[in-house]
Design a protein around this ligand. Structure first.
Ligand code: MG
Length: 343
């Protein structure tokens, strides 16, 4: 019998993380477990309040899910289609089930998830993210992260240029820029993108409001750098329209409902001639390692969400010379067990 269980978990960050839409120093998680045939798969949903899910919504959702009706854990397509129709939305908690199921299947087959999807394990030169702060503090972080191959800089404020200038005094790595919908004027944004190109920037993520499709598309037509949709692209069904708005997409397992649809999104985006980025939220090593299993499909990788975590219950992926290296383990690639937190 396929058995599903879960627990809530509060992830604590070492530093406050600020973007143009808000700040956080912790993230509520739902940690799931699926047992079958003497093996246990583990999964995770990250539930920052900004995205509308919570311990309450996740728990209510999981209480409606009945996996014991399925006899064959390898029938992931049927099981996950069922999970998806239990209720609309609820992406992160759906992800926690998808992840645990793929971890389980990998462990039953004794292969890593990347091999299950027909992909190689690649060393991934991940960016390290610097949240919004004073230019001095952002420059200090940039120095601290000198070993990373890319820095991802959160912008979308009135002080963006000073931040980049301060960082550029101390760090020369190529930059990923993420405005998190923070830019308001498309002409100004385009001018600034031209300037950012001269500062060795690789791409621009979500420059303007996700609902302002017209101005995001206007920028994509004119920008000298690729424009990547993040908040504006959640799931596979969004890709058809997204291909006329952005050059590429930021796939996050917490948006896509997990590995299965994340894989389909990457493959479809490539077929549509779009760039593929793999991103994350504040997560444990479990979700980071799971996303990294799809790394061979990505043009760029931003999988650093576990690196500033104080209470990561899992071990697996590590950073070597600024590259994320998967642990040689079956499933999503982690070991360890969360200690239950008493509230
Ligand atoms: Mg983003």
């Amino acid at each position: 019998m396929i058995e599903l269980s879960w627990q809530t978990y509060m992830l604590r960050l070492r530093h406050v993380f600020r973007i143009s839409q808000g700040a956080r120093s912790e993230a509520p998680l739902i940690l799931t477990s699926i047992r079958y045939g003497g093996k246990e798969g583990v999964g995770e949903g990250s539930l920052p309040p900004l995205y509308g899910e919570s311990w309450d919504t996740a728990t209510q959702f999981l209480q409606k899910v009945n996996l014991s009706q399925f006899k064959d854990p390898f029938d992931t397509e049927t099981i996950l289609s069922y999970v998806d129709q239990v209720a609309p939305g609820n992406q992160a908690v759906k992800t926690s089930i998808d992840m645990a199921l793929h971890d389980l299947v990998g462990k039953l087959l004794n292969i890593p998830v990347h091999a299950y999807f027909g992909l190689a394990a690649k060393r991934l030169p991940t960016s390290m993210t610097i949240g919004i702060d004073t230019p001095e503090e952002m420059a200090r972080k940039a120095q601290k992260y000198a070993s990373f191959k890319y820095l991802k800089i959160k912008l979308g404020t009135d002080n963006d240029k000073a931040m980049i200038e301060a960082i550029r005094k101390v760090a020369g790595q190529p930059l990923f820029i993420d405005a998190n919908q923070g830019w308001k004027d498309r002409e100004k944004a385009l001018d600034f993108i031209h300037w950012l190109k001269e500062q060795n920037t690789v791409f621009i993520e979500q420059p303007m409001l996700k609902t302002n499709k017209q101005d995001n598309a206007w920028l994509t037509e004119r920008s000298p750098l690729p424009i990547i949709g993040d908040e504006g692209v959640q799931r596979l069904a969004d890709l058809r329209e997204a291909s006329s708005i952005y050059h590429g997409i930021n796939i996050k397992l917490m948006k896509s409902t997990g590995l299965r649809e994340g894989f389909k999104m990457a493959v479809t985006a490539k077929a549509l001639g779009m760039k593929v980025m793999l991103g994350c939220m504040s997560e444990t090593s479990c979700a980071i390692s799971a996303a990294a299993q799809l790394g061979a499909l990505a043009d760029w990788v931003d999988l650093d969400g576990n690196l500033d975590v104080e209470n990561d219950p899992y071990q697996g992926p590590r950073i070597e010379n600024g590259e994320l290296v998967l642990a040689p383990l079956p499933g999503v690639g982690v070991e360890g067990r969360p200690v239950s937190q008493t509230k």
